[in-house]
Design a protein. Structure first.
Length: 305
């Protein structure tokens, strides 16, 4: 039998958008679109798992211990002092589109970490625990912006300090109303990152620093500045060969005065329109428009009977 104090948990994890223009690998925001994972310890060989998936990824992701959430659960339990992995039964209800720039892999990682803490009876919201969880998630993801948003909720600033990933969350202004324009095409982050140059001109770096700083003010204090704040010279134009329709939509929205940026590595476009502006009229039919309010809470964990 398992030595874990809790036998069943359910976690809800929000989607996320990252970069928000020039805030490359630094700025992120949680969005109200959630994956739900129910996990139960069962009798069976240690480390084994059965995983059922509905919604996004159904039929295309592993249904056993190779599933990303299961692997993260096992690794996190070991970090928490439970080296003998239990046999698990997982039910995943996925709403976050895979490989679209809305943080689906980050959400899976955060879900696994939250499941492990729940089964271990450890409060993930305690400061020392959330800091450790953030670092574990960011190490696996490779950067902290998406995982920080899914973990903490709201608008996040992420950075790396002395080889440690860190992040803080701040309330987005109530008038920040994200719309995601999601195409059918999928992305591979390692491919789109490969399009980025190793160096950028000093003028572009200075431009990006100013706009990323302005984005913090615009998102938290003054959304009227979002158009300028979400401008970018660091990465979006370099991704155009991979996502010409995505970059074209960003430019079309911005030409009409609507703040817009590539969401993460794409191909989704994030729009932050001011009130009484209909951004949907500018999007091609190949993009599905989703109203995704800011998620204020981040990952939720519920102990089940």
């Amino acid at each position: 039998m398992s030595s874990l104090p809790v036998s069943a948990v359910r976690v809800e994890v929000p989607a996320s958008t990252a970069n928000l223009g020039s805030g490359f690998d630094a700025l992120g925001m949680a969005l109200s679109l959630h994956d739900v994972v129910s996990a139960r310890v069962v009798n069976g060989p240690g480390g084994s798992a059965t995983v059922s998936v509905t919604g996004e990824g159904a039929g295309s992701v592993p249904g056993d211990e190779r599933h990303l959430v299961v692997r993260v659960v096992h690794d996190t339990l070991a970090e928490l002092g439970f080296p003998a992995p239990p046999a698990l039964e997982l039910r995943c209800e996925n709403s976050i589109p895979h490989s679209r720039g809305l943080g689906s892999s980050a959400a899976a990682i955060v879900a696994g970490i939250a499941v492990a803490h729940g089964l271990a009876g450890i409060d993930l919201r305690a400061t020392e625990n959330v800091e450790r969880a953030l670092h574990l998630a960011a190490v696996r993801e490779g950067h902290a912006d998406n995982v920080a948003a899914s973990l903490l909720g709201d608008f996040v600033l992420a950075w790396r300090e002395s080889e440690r990933f860190r992040a803080v969350s701040s309330p987005a202004h109530p008038d920040v109303s994200p719309i995601a324009f999601v195409p059918q095409a999928e992305s591979a982050t390692n491919v789109t990152r490969g399009l980025l140059p190793e160096r950028v001109p000093h003028a572009d770096a200075a431009f990006a620093a100013g706009r990323a700083a302005l984005a913090v003010h615009a998102i938290t204090r003054d959304p009227s500045l979002l158009l300028a704040a979400t401008d970018d010279r660091l990465h979006q134009d370099y991704r155009e060969p991979a996502w010409p329709e995505t970059v074209a939509l960003v430019r079309a929205l911005r030409a009409e005065g609507i703040a817009a940026a590539v969401s993460g590595a794409g191909p989704t476009v994030l729009a932050l329109p001011v009130k009484n502006v209909n951004a949907r009229e500018l999007a091609p039919e190949s993009f599905a428009a989703l109203d995704l309010p800011v998620d204020r809470v981040g990952v939720r964990t519920h102990v089940e009977d």
